[in-house]
Design a protein around this ligand. Structure first.
Ligand code: NAD
Length: 502
């Protein structure tokens, strides 16, 4: 079971200190680190070198059944724990994550190609969501309601939902898993995590480790790594969970939602985006370019809230393209473990090929590459394209790469029309020196989130996060996820004898 050493095959990687006695080559079931035995293995491959850094057992459908069964049993006692106790354990897990920050940064680099800057963001986000999540334990409350029936008292009691299934992607694995796990546990639920196959450690096993260290009772949190197309349907359609939280692509999210509903499980779906960065004619150009570069190239553009399209007023277009191209060309590309790298590799070959295909097809249809455009292994250069129309593959698809297609527009109305011409509706941004005008455009954008004079990459643990249309259902963070992770029960008390009609 102990194979942490397999993470340190490369000479340049310092030995990891995070719980070194814990083998990552295990499932986490009912408080036990279960060795792989004759289960298949999932190789975890470093996107920078393509070397296998460890393997993790592939959970079977029986493992999924066992995880949900033990979670269901453990939840009853966990929900009875006083809220302070639940909050304290969740907070302690957050503190432990902070103390492992350096090792986590190495793990992010090895599992998903994240550079140090991205690791810093992710740990900050994870700790923020854990802090706010822990606080929900004391904030879950019910209500007293008047009654239309004489002599009756109505109580609305809030209870934990029960067992929560959590499926997460590889791009911000620790954070995206923590933002459900922390509030779910604080509110008295138990959890089963199916992390992404690229990131079984940072997307699941690390959380099992810190919650175990923090004193979470056995069975309340379980981790079953596995390929989505092998155990995903069994997991998402399982009859035990009350909530199925899914973060990932819209295509798989729709499927997961349908399976969940088929089992009377409430789906909570955080899905893809095609976010527009809208630069109006009166924008501060330098600010718009700064924001545009950060929103497009951070973590190689692999965020649901990355800028997918830059919409720029025709009067600023040439200057904007030139400025963005300069920024793109200046970003240091390199192994995330090398100091100073700002752009690491994309996650895998199929993702790279998809990005390159969109680029090639768009160039064939008349777009011009102004910076980047090339790749080496999984390192795709930050790329800026001009002469892009909204229907080109690089603009009308979620490209999920370090790619910035720039589309000109003539009027605010046209910008709004282009921005909304997508099935997605996650995030976006608007630049203008006239805040009223920017507000009008922000109001007209059909998204769950819009940021004025910034870029779409924003997430704060106490502010609602989520999208409309193909970008998902439900809102995460704070009181919005509290609603998802709890249920209400109407209890009425007939305090005086009631007069019935017969
Ligand atoms: P994906 O949908 O391919 O995979 C996400 C998860 O779903 C993984 O754990 C995967 O194993 C699992 N999965 C795959 N097939 C499944 C099935 N049939 N049943 C159940 N689970 C299955 O997504 P991805 O490509 O890894 O991640 C990128 C996508 O995630 C992008 O579209 C991005 O926008 C989106 N995303 C959304 C948010 C958000 O908060 N809205 C955050 C991050 C990423």
């Amino acid at each position: 079971m102990t194979n942490i050493d397999s993470f340190v095959e490369r000479d340049d990687v310092d030995a990891l200190e995070i719980a070194p006695e814990a083998g990552w080559n295990a499932l986490y079931l009912d408080g036990e680190w279960v060795a792989g035995g004759d289960r298949d293995a999932i190789p975890v491959e470093d996107p920078a070198t393509r070397s296998t850094v460890t393997t993790v057992p592939h959970a079977t459908e029986d493992d999924v059944d066992e995880a949900f069964a033990v979670a269901e049993t453990a939840q009853e006692e966990w929900a009875k724990r006083p809220p302070q106790e639940r909050a304290a354990i969740v907070s302690e897990a957050g503190d432990l994550l902070g103390s492992y920050a350096d090792d986590l940064a190495t793990l992010f680099a090895l599992e998903c190609g994240g550079v140090q800057l991205k690791a810093d963001f992710e740990i900050q986000l994870a700790q923020g969501t854990i802090d706010v999540g822990a606080g929900l334990a004391m904030r879950a409350s019910g209500r007293h309601k008047q009654s239309v029936t004489p002599g009756k008292e109505n109580l609305v009691v809030r209870e934990p939902a029960g067992v929560v299934g959590v499926i997460t992607p590889w791009n911000f694995p620790l954070y995206l898993t923590s933002r459900v796990v922390a509030p779910a546990l604080a509110l008295g639920n138990s959890v089963v995590i199916k992390p992404d196959e690229h990131t079984p450690v940072t997307g699941g096993l690390v959380l099992a480790k810190v919650f175990e260290e923090a004193g979470l009772p056995d069975g309340v949190l379980n981790v079953v790594p596995g390929y989505g197309d092998e155990i995903g349907d069994h997991f998402s359609g399982h009859p035990t969970p009350s909530v199925m939280s899914f973060t990932g692509s819209s295509e798989i999210g729709r499927r997961v939602g349908q399976h969940a509903v088929g089992s009377y499980t409430e789906p909570a779906l955080e899905l893809g985006g095609n976010n527009a960065h809208v630069v109006l004619e009166d924008a501060d150009l330098e600010r718009a370019i700064d924001a545009g570069a950060f929103g497009s190239f951070t973590h190689q553009g692999q965020e649901c809230i990355s800028i997918n399209r830059h919409l720029v007023h025709e009067s600023l277009y040439d200057e904007y393209v030139a400025g963005l191209a300069d920024r793109a060309a200046s970003l240091p590309i390199g192994d995330p473990l090398e100091e100073g790298s700002l752009v690491g590799p994309v996650i895998n070959e199929s993702q790279r090929d998809k990005i390159v295909g969109f680029l090639e097809e768009s160039v064939e249809r008349g777009a011009t590459i102004e910076a980047g455009g090339d790749h080496d292994g999984l390192f795709v250069e930050p790329t800026v394209l001009s002469g892009v129309s909204a229907d080109m593959p690089v603009a009308c698809n979620e490209h999920f790469g370090p790619v910035a297609p720039v589309i000109p527009f003539e009027s605010d109305e046209e910008a709004i029309r282009i921005a909304n011409d997508t099935e997605y509706g996650l995030s976006g941004s608007v630049h203008s020196t006239d805040l009223e005008r920017a507000r009008d455009v922000a109001d007209a954008l059909e998204t769950g989130m819009v940021h004025i004079n910034d870029q779409p990459l924003n997430d704060e643990p106490h502010v609602p996060f989520g999208g409309v249309g193909a970008s998902g259902m439900g809102r995460y963070n704070d009181e919005w996820i509290l609603e998802i992770l709890t249920t209400t029960k109407w209890i009425s008390v007939q305090r005086e004898p009631r007069e019935y009609p017969y």
